[in-house]
Design a protein around this ligand. Structure first.
Ligand SMILES: Cc1cc2nc3c(=O)[nH]c(=O)nc-3n(C[C@H](O)[C@H](O)[C@H](O)COP(=O)(O)OP(=O)(O)OC[C@H]3O[C@@H](n4cnc5c(N)ncnc54)[C@H](O)[C@@H]3O)c2cc1C
Length: 443
């Protein structure tokens, strides 16, 4: 019998990884610390427990979350099969009965002879075995320290302060203007798209911000502290009506071409290298409910009709600086027998955790069998997720959900042909992805 692969964490990523390894005929040990040691969010001792919402996001055809799920379904993912069994009515979303979902996954893992489930906290990473680290956002302290040690990071606990991301096409560029402060750009072009406020617009915006409702904390820790360096915008507004104008909304060094004057305040939008067709609202991390966020952010001049690909969030998280540490096959560059999957690998969301678990399982099985793991095709949602995780800006890394801006843009003739039809463009990206997946799976 070949040596077992070790998987640390029996959550979404760990269970999918274990299943994929077993499907490839290899033995593995799945380590789960619950119930011996609980976390701040899990309630049961079941595997693959969903800690908060019961939604695995949109099932509408030709959306990015649908594509990621569809790829996993076509490749035989366990957790999406269990989700189908546990499905409950939820409109366009794939929503599940969380107890039934976890029970289905737990039963499948227990019934698989190639998977040994070991209950207990892992505090050290095995020196001599292929290992997948899938211990999630609530990784226990000693293991987090061990991961920090092997990755050379000082610490692994973060408050994730995620800024909203807006679809580039929905920004009104008759209002928003391109410019860098004092004309100083990093690459000779105008780096930012600036949304200018006059005084009344700013005052109205601050009022709306102060009235918006905050998200209810998932775990008690999330209610407690903010780091001064990444305060949410509503907290800045509470500290004084002008605080934002002297902080993330400062207008210094910018002239609005429509008025020839410096605006009263400005929101800057920046494009990230690996996120085509979208902009990050710089310094706009916030803790508002998503509905309130959409309403308040659409008060920003130029964003009246904005569509948000991601909303701002602040919550306790644990993840590695993946672009600095991982290959596109989710292997630690300095120790290729160690793989990362799930939230700790730098993705955000249930299905993204399942997807990285799937890929880490496939790749770890290949490695254990003496082969070189082959990354998933770039055109697929799976491949694009890994491309982002391993290739994004390592100095400003933020975990990602699957969105179309992570997938490669369409070729220019197709893009021009479908310029006026966004749905058709997304359908084409999905068609291309599923074709690439089929070709990839056949090789
Ligand atoms: C409070 C909270 C709420 C969230 N809500 C949502 C949401 O509503 N929707 C969404 O899409 N995403 C949500 N997320 C983000 C993320 O999608 C989920 O956390 C998801 O479960 C991550 O999957 P995972 O496999 O990486 O980790 P998990 O599913 O958490 O699995 C990790 C497992 O590892 C175990 N473990 C930890 N340390 C050790 C150790 N040392 N030894 C052995 N086992 C260990 C844990 O007990 C756990 O079972 C939330 C995150 C948090 C923290």
């Amino acid at each position: 019998m070949p040596q077992s692969i070790h998987i640390i964490g029996g959550g979404l990523a760990g269970c999918e990884a274990a299943w994929q390894i077993a499907r490839r005929g290899l033995p593995c040990v799945l380590h789960e610390m619950r119930p011996v040691r609980p976390t701040a969010a899990h309630q049961t001792d079941r595997l693959a427990e969903l800690v908060c919402s019961n939604s695995l996001k949109s099932e509408s055809e030709f959306t990015a979350p649908w594509l990621l799920k569809e790829e996993l379904r076509r490749l035989g993912g366990l957790l999406l099969r269990c989700a189908q069994t546990a499905r409950v009515p939820g409109g366009h979303a794939l929503t599940v009965d969380r107890d039934l979902f976890a029970a289905e996954v737990t039963a499948a893992i227990a019934g698989e002879p190639l998977i040994e489930l070991r209950r207990g906290e892992v505090t050290a990473i095995p020196e001599d075995a292929v290992t997948i680290i899938a211990s999630g956002p609530l990784t226990s302290g000693p293991l987090a320290q061990e991961i920090a040690r092997i990755t050379g990071a000082d610490r692994l606990f973060f408050y994730d302060s995620i800024s909203p991301i807006v679809d580039a096409e929905t920004v009104d560029t008759n209002i928003a203007f391109w410019a860098s402060r004092y004309g100083k750009s990093t690459d000779g072009t105008d780096d930012y798209l600036n949304c200018p406020f006059d005084r009344d617009q700013y005052e109205h915006f601050v009022d709306a911000l102060l009235q918006a409702q905050a998200v209810t904390a998932h775990i008690p820790e999330d209610d407690t502290r903010y780091f001064e360096a990444c305060l949410p915008i509503e907290e800045l507004a509470r500290r004084g009506r002008d605080t934002l104008r002297f902080g993330p909304m400062k207008p210094m060094g910018l002239t609005d071409p429509r008025t020839g004057r410096r605006p009263w305040a400005v929101v800057q939008l920046r494009q990230e290298n690996l996120r085509a067709q979208s902009f990050n609202l710089v310094g706009f991390q916030n803790h508002m409910k998503f509905g309130d966020q959409a309403r308040v952010l659409r008060l920003i001049p130029g964003l009246e009709k904005a569509e948000f690909l991601r909303f701002g969030q602040i919550h306790r998280n644990t993840y590695i600086n993946a672009p600095a540490l991982l290959t596109p096959t989710l292997q630690l560059r300095s120790r290729p027998e160690v793989f990362f999957a799930g939230q700790i690998s730098g993705v955000e969301g249930y299905v993204e955790a399942i997807a990285t678990g799937f890929m880490a399982g496939v790749h770890a099985a290949a490695w254990a069998a003496g082969k070189n793991p082959r990354g998933f095709a770039r055109e697929t949602a799976l491949g694009s997720l890994c491309h982002y995780v391993s290739g994004a800006d390592r100095f400003h890394y933020q975990p990602a959900n699957i969105t179309f801006d992570l997938l490669p843009p369409l070729d220019e003739p197709t893009r021009l042909r479908l310029k006026k039809d966004k749905h058709a463009r997304h359908a084409e990206v999905c068609r291309r992805a599923l074709l690439a997946l089929e070709e990839f799976a056949c090789v």
